[in-house]
Design a protein around this ligand. Structure first.
Ligand code: SAM
Length: 284
């Protein structure tokens, strides 16, 4: 008998991975959590039937969500991570000696517990002494924060269910307030390719633009996400990732990465015309 994980990317497109073993299945207060093992992608986990992380391609997502802001401002000391229960974002952040403190706010403790057990590849640095874990809603957590962080990383699920609030105007406004005067906000920004994802991407861009003077979008190829073409948002009060990147300083750190390098950094902000048009029309 063959076992396949199938995710519906649109009403008429599906993506499947042959499953070797179903390792875990559970229902938290917020969502259904499943963990599988597969020959092609190794262990992977899904929330409410949507792909979150696979052992084989998680390095692309985590490199891009962390190293792009860190190479733009290597002096970042205080970081807030929202979502990110698998731990991959924190793993990459803890590689920087300059970072003094990381608050990570994940709504669902069960995601962290399951990832600690089945995905040590990503969860391995959650016990770093600089990391403080909070199990609460990021939307509420950030309301009381002011001038507190150099970097906010929003590593969330899609804009429905528990992740919905992390794509709202209220949330982005509070991120602006929670950041110091040279603060940077990076978020997973959905995909431009399929219509429903593109709408979420446009809405997020429009809302972030209302608050931040520097507002850019960059891309990466992530094979297991819908269409494989994924975007990240870079918003900031002062830093521009294209003109402020200190290539020498980042390369001198000697960090070994599987995807990110300083050429990718410059190239990933060059967007295809159809994406540029979607971003321009998001403002109309
Ligand atoms: N890399 C992934 C992706 O783009 O598919 C996202 C990874 S991470 C597992 C997303 C996490 O965000 C989930 O564990 C989820 O529980 C958490 N999350 C969703 N809504 C949240 C909220 N309002 N506050 C804090 N965490 C939230």
């Amino acid at each position: 008998m063959e076992l396949w994980y199938t995710e519906q990317h649109t009403d008429s497109v599906r993506f499947s991975i042959k499953v070797d073993k179903a390792l875990y299945s559970g229902q938290s207060e917020f969502q259904r959590i499943d963990v599988f093992s597969s020959l092609e992608f190794g262990v992977f986990f899904t929330l409410d039937g949507l792909m979150m992380v696979t052992e084989k391609d998680e390095f692309i997502y985590h490199d891009m969500i962390v190293h792009v802001p860190m190479a733009t401002n290597p002096k970042i000391k205080n970081v807030l991570v929202i979502g990110a229960g698998d731990g991959g974002t924190v793993r990459e952040l803890t590689r920087y000696k300059a970072i003094e403190h990381i608050d990570m706010v994940e709504i669902d403790k069960m995601v962290v517990d399951v990832c600690r057990e089945y995905l040590p590849q990503t969860a391995c640095k959650l016990d770093d002494p600089r990391v403080q874990l909070y199990f609460e809603d990021g939307l509420k957590f950030i309301r009381s924060k002011e001038n507190a962080y150099d970097l906010i990383v929003v590593d969330s699920t899609d804009p429905f269910g528990p992740g919905e609030g992390l794509f709202t105007r209220e949330f982005y406004g509070n991120c602006y307030k929670a950041l110091k005067e040279d603060g940077i906000l990076v978020n997973q920004h959905e995909s431009p390719y399929y219509k429903e994802y593109a709408k979420s991407m446009q809405r997020a861009h429009k809302r972030i633009r209302e608050f931040f003077p520097v507002c850019r979008v960059y891309q990466a190829h992530i094979p297991t996400y819908p269409s494989g073409h994924w975007l990240f948002g870079f918003a900031s009060k002062t830093y521009d990732p294209l003109t402020d990147i200190d290539e020498q300083a980042w390369n001198d750190l000697g960090l070994k990465t599987g995807y990110y390098n300083t050429e990718i950094h410059k190239g990933c902000f060059a967007l295809p015309n159809y994406v540029k048009e979607l971003l321009i029309s998001a403002d109309e």
